[in-house]
Every structure is written in structure tokens, then in C-alpha cells.
Design a protein around this ligand. Sequence first.
Ligand code: TMP
Ligand code: MG
Ligand code: ZN
Length: 199
Amino acid sequence: MPYLQPSGGWIELICGSMFSGKTEELIRRVRRAEIARQKVQVFKPRLDDRYSITQVASHDGLHCEAETVENAREIMTRLRPDTTVVAIDEAQFLDWTVADVARMLADRGLRVIVTGLDLDFRGEPFGPMPLLMAEAELVDKLHAICVVCAAPASRTQRLINGQPANYHDPIILVGASEVYEARCRGCHKVPGRPVQVPG
Ligand code: TMP
Ligand code: MG
Ligand code: ZN
């Protein structure tokens, strides 16, 4: 991020579908910050207990230590005075105040690295991610590979007993490749989606 002032804070956001490498990229940035002798704290919502509650973990098995929080506000209470870099994984599961928290930290001069799913299984904006994307100085949208046609995948297909999940199913369902796969727009299926005709 050479054009950002090293003395000022900022927010960098990494989003994209499941299996697009978001957590892998977060871990890469955290490691580089640690090599640069920055004081880093990594947070993740407690909701995501897929691999571990004391680590963030990518689908490929990379991991780093993390503190679990019940809500976004808890990030502020756990912040150590010498921390210079805050990383937040799975921000889509946090409440909307995560955008205020990220802003407060960046205003104080911290580097804030946030990852999360931009879209839920229905293909609609996920929780506070639109706010964070608007607030961030830098946004990277990563792509996976569509399992059906091998095009770049921007969406996450939820499958229940091998069938596309219905639009009206609950938004939160923690899981990995047993329930989800990466798909492109054309191959993404959401039965029950209301037809929206503009105008
Ligand atoms: P990942 O982006 O690190 O792969 O993790 C995404 C998590 O979000 C995973 O536990 C599945 C969950 N999830 C939902 O709860 N609802 C959804 O609509 C989607 C697409 C994922
Ligand atoms: Mg992840
Ligand atoms: Zn496809």
C-alpha cells in the first residue's frame, strides 16, 4: 500500500465468495505486518467455530492466532495500547457497529484489515459488509473458481442435500465444502428468489 501515509490509519477490505482466499490473504498481510515489527491483533466473531475458536483458519489449512469476540464493540475493549494493526476475519457475522469500530481505529492511526463475504448464499449484501466497503480506502474483491463451469466465481452456492437452498432459508449457516461451493453468476441458483423487475 505504498501510496497510503505510513503515519495515518486506513481500512483495507478483502471480500469475495467462499473459497476465494480471503482468510489466506488476511493471514499473509498479518504475517508481513509482524515481520515489519508491527503489533497486530486478530479478531473473529465467535459464531465461526468451524476450525478453531482461538485461530483464524483458511480452507487450505493456513492459520494464525485470533481473539474471538461476541460483538464488534468488544474489539475496542480488548484493544491493547500498543496495537498498530487490527485484523478482523468474517466481518459479515458482526453487527453493524463494526463499521464504526473500523472507522474509530483508522481515525486513531491504526491499519485495519477486514475480510468478509460481500454476498450471502442468495447473492445479496451480507450484514455490515456494504458499509465497510464504502468506508474502506482499499477494497480487494477476490474470486474463486466456479465448480460448474470453471469461470471466475463471485458467488457462493448453498446446497442442502445436494439441491440449491431456498431464498427464504436462514442466512446464517456455518459450514464449508459440505454445504457450500463457489459459482459464477450464471451457475448460481436461488430457487424462490422474488422476481424483481425495475420500473
Ligand atoms: P469463509 O468466507 O471464510 O469461507 O466463511 C464463510 C462462512 O459464512 C462459513 O461459515 C459459511 C457462512 N455462510 C453463512 O452463514 N451464510 C451464507 O449465506 C454464506 C454464503 C456463508
Ligand atoms: Mg475465511
Ligand atoms: Zn459457472
